[in-house]
Design a protein around this ligand. Structure first.
Ligand SMILES: Nc1nc2c(c(=O)[nH]1)N[C@H]1C(S)=C(S)[C@@H](COP(=O)(O)OP(=O)(O)OC[C@H]3O[C@@H](n4cnc5c(=O)[nH]c(N)nc54)[C@H](O)[C@@H]3O)O[C@H]1N2
Ligand SMILES: Nc1nc2c(c(=O)[nH]1)N[C@H]1C(S)=C(S)[C@@H](COP(=O)(O)OP(=O)(O)OC[C@H]3O[C@@H](n4cnc5c(=O)[nH]c(N)nc54)[C@H](O)[C@@H]3O)O[C@H]1N2
Ligand code: SF4
Ligand SMILES: [Mo]
Length: 697
């Protein structure tokens, strides 16, 4: 036997993937294998897991697990020791910084990182590197709903209520979300409600709906304005709520005046009578929720669209009313916590603004530096990647927890920018497509090998616990960040690598901020307390439900924010006569870096496909399983056709989990939302044609 620490053969933790963070009990070890069960008594998944959760342990044994740092020599990545790898990185970073100043180094984080990692990465960027150039993949995920939520409520927590509250609802509007595939165990909480689903496709979620509205991709803002118009046709639902709890209703009511359902139908393709029916279902329900997902948010007007759905919810008097509310379904494992503690370009821990002098003074004091030493706000995710290797942009990039070669919009452009760098460093546990392009790859621990906390979609702080010791040769992200910081001249005490020590510092840094974790401790979490932030003191019970008495703006009221319709960034043309939209399937997660390595999942969803109406397919000389080429102004993909008579005639859908010929982001438009930095993942103009050759498997 080895001298590795002996760990419990049974551990309660959470799934490595999505923001539902289903509770799991793990049993076993590397020799006998690891088994997973849903954690009894954890109310979020209440005894269920999806196929990805059930098969997650296989990733712990993946044969191509990285266990040694890799260094580029020509076109090869060659195994080297940690000393050499970190020495090369530190030396090159120091030289570049001496030549070009601190902003020459960029950092790209991820919403799957634990709170501790996200916090320490943000501190590392600002303190050890002194760079303003840090952002993360959550910009492509939560940023539109976050910006709209902050404007309306003064705070951004995906769901301001526990998921189990949804069980009380009579009606739930799901705008651009497909939880039957993206969060299957959530569906049990929606069983009693009438669902209204807005989605151009008849998804498994839409199949369960009482009413399915199929808008033209990218027209949801008009649909939300039309729904509000229809609600107001019958008179606002709750005048006293609007008077006592909100500001700005008259302006918003006036702004939807021209959005008659008949006019909305012309723009969105959704029949006026369905718009009125949806409005009535919502207005007549005593308890209802409006929930948004990436379908409406991942647009170049995603923030205004989310804002319009919030305006609708406020006009119905939902936010803060028992058994009712507005929320956005957060995506990545730590999509919530990962957007609170400073890996965002404009942000410091505790959801503080990096441009607010008081916030800078508070965080600088916790970090033992002077506020003037903190850099200002940097570029948003796509803007930073787009600037790599240009005279103005970073010449080195450190990536922790993302695979942008597959996930970034307009991937050909991003590959070109990454290739123009002097130094690309990727920390990962598998050789992702982005790691394959790196100069240095650093092998790190994965979920069941590490401790930490994540914050799920309902703002509940959860403990990730290690079952297994990491394989030899592997370090945690925290250790890597600390090792690099020390090599860059930082005092060791400033970069602890014990998760609990980092969390205690995060608590202090977040204290008094919008996302206040000061009262959350490992001890309380170990004792099984359900702690939702804000939790400002150790004797504070946490806040499962926000907005019951007041919203987070200084005067306690929510804001109606008027928004105006605008079209998608790119219109259809003779050359590109169809809409392409993108999204997810049940059996793959994100860029597939993890789930394409799991046999059962890969068997279930082995490759990209082009989902299209059979008539549209036939018009282009295509039928089921024939290889199709989809081309936009930016690039093409090739994948087999999958016909679906419930598709809109003008729309094709491609999942974004695949690389090579089937990479959906070859097509996507990097036009970004001016309020949030969100790219237009959900609308591109394309043409469809038979592909000459068989697509690669
Ligand atoms: N299986 C699986 N589950 C996941 C993930 C995964 O990769 N795989 N990822 C996790 C993450 S990070 C996230 S962010 C969530 C995302 O969860 P969802 O938001 O549910 O996922 P998407 O499939 O991106 O988009 C939802 C739906 O939007 C529809 N849509 C496309 N264009 C439009 C449009 O213009 N308007 C409207 N109204 N709808 C449109 C798509 O057809 C799709 O069905 O899922 C999480 N869970
Ligand atoms: N066309 C299109 N593009 C999209 C979307 C879409 O709907 N359509 N959705 C967008 C959304 S919502 C999201 S969230 C992004 C996701 O985009 P990405 O974040 O790029 O996707 P992942 O596959 O989750 O990549 C995470 C990588 O980090 C590694 N990893 C996981 N955990 C850790 C960790 O703790 N530490 C380290 N160092 N590495 C880790 C994984 O192995 C993987 O290689 O994609 C976006 N891109
Ligand atoms: S729903 Fe999300 S958290 Fe739950 S098992 Fe599936 S992937 Fe894991
Ligand atoms: Mo996401």
């Amino acid at each position: 036997m080895s001298d590795l620490p002996i760990l419990a053969a049974e551990t309660d933790t959470h799934c490595p993937y999505c923001a539902l963070q289903c509770g799991t009990r793990l049993q076993g070890d590397r020799e006998i294998g690891v088994k997973v069960q849903p954690l009894a008594g954890f109310p979020v998944n209440a005894g269920r897991l999806c196929q990805k959760g059930w098969t997650a342990p296989e990733l712990l044994h993946t044969p191509d697990r990285l266990t040694s740092p890799l260094l580029r020599q020509g076109d090869q990545l060659v195994p080297v020791g940690w000393e050499q790898a970190l020495g090369v990185v530190a030396r090159r970073l120091r030289t570049l910084r001496a030549q070009h100043g601190p902003d020459v180094v960029g950092v790209f984080g991820g919403g799957g990182l634990t709170n501790e990692k996200a916090y320490l990465l943000g501190k590392f960027a600002r303190v050890a590197l002194g760079t303003s150039q840090i952002d993360y993949n959550g910009r492509w995920c939560m940023s539109s709903a976050a910006a709209a939520g902050n404007a309306a409520f003064g705070i951004d927590r995906g769901l301001p209520f526990p998921v189990t509250d949804l069980q009380e609802a009579q009606v739930v509007l799901l705008a651009g979300a497909n939880p039957a595939e993206t969060m299957p165990p959530l569906m049990q909480h929606l069983e009693r409600a009438d669902l209204i689903v807005l989605d151009p496709r008849r998804t498994p979620t839409a199949q369960r709906a009482a009413l399915h509205l199929q808008p033209v991709p990218g027209t949801d803002l008009a649909l939300a304005l039309g729904l509000l118009h229809a609600v107001l046709e019958d008179g606002p639902a709750d005048k006293s709520y609007i008077q006592q709890r909100t500001h700005g209703f008259p302006e918003v009511a006036a702004s939807v005046g021209e959005w008659w359902p008949e006019r909305t139908e012309q723009v969105t393709g959704v029949p006026a009578h369905d718009i009125r029916r949806a409005a009535r279902l919502l207005a007549q329900a005593e308890r209802a929720y409006v929930l948004t997902g990436r379908g409406v948010e991942q647009q170049s007007k995603g923030t205004d669209t989310a804002q319009a759905f919030i305006n609708l919810a406020l006009a119905l008097g939902l936010p803060g009313r028992p058994g009712s509310g507005y929320g956005c379904l957060t995506g990545q494992g730590n999509g919530q916590g990962g957007r609170e503690h400073g890996q965002k370009a404009d942000q410091l821990a505790g959801y503080r603004s990096i441009t607010d002098p008081e916030a800078r003074a508070h965080v600088a004091a916790v970090w033992g530096i002077r506020p003037q030493e903190l850099p200002g706000a940097g570029r948003s995710a796509f803007e930073m990647l787009d600037a790599l290797g240009t005279p103005e942009g970073p010449r080195a990039l450190l990536v922790f927890g993302s695979n942008p070669i597959v996930s970034a919009p307009h991937s050909a452009r991003i590959e070109e920018r990454l290739a123009a760098l002097d130094l690309l460093v990727v920390a990962d546990f598998v050789l992702s497509e982005t790691a394959q392009a790196a100069d240095v790859v650093l092998p790190v621990t994965q979920w069941a090998e590490e401790d930490g906390t994540l914050t799920n979609l309902e703002g509940r702080v959860l403990r990730r616990r290690a079952l297994l010791p990491p394989p030899p040769g592997v370090r945690s992200d925290l250790e890597v960040i600390r090792d690099l910081a020390i090599r860059l001249g930082q005092p060791p005490h400033r970069f602890p690598d014990s998760p609990e020590a980092v969390f205690d510092e995060l608590r202090a840094a977040s204290a008094g901020g919008r996302a206040d974790y000061a009262g959350v401790t490992y001890e309380r979490l170990e004792a099984g307390e359900a702690l939702h932030w804000p939790c400002p003191a150790e004797d504070h019970p946490g806040t499962p439900r926000l907005f019951t008495d007041r919203f987070a703006h200084a005067d306690g009221r929510a804001r109606f924010v008027p928004v105006t319709y605008r079209e998608a960034a790119e219109d259809l043309s003779n050359q590109y006569p169809l809409y392409a939209t993108t999204g997810r399937v049940l059996a793959q997660y994100q860029t597939g870096a993890q789930t394409r390595r799991i046999r059962e999942l890969n068997d279930a969803a082995p490759q990209a496909f082009v989902q299209v109406h059979p008539d549209t397919a036939a018009r282009h000389g295509l039928t089921d399983d024939t290889p199709a080429r989809v081309t936009s102004a930016r690039g093409s993909l090739t994948a087999p056709v999958r016909t679906d008579p419930a598709m809109r005639l003008d729309t094709v859908f491609v999942p974004f989990h695949y690389t090579g010929d089937g990479r959906a982001n070859a097509l996507t438009n990097p036009a970004i939302d001016p309020r949030s930095g969100m790219p237009e993942f959900k609308v591109a103009a394309v043409r469809l044609e038979p592909a000459e050759e068989e697509p690669a498997a």
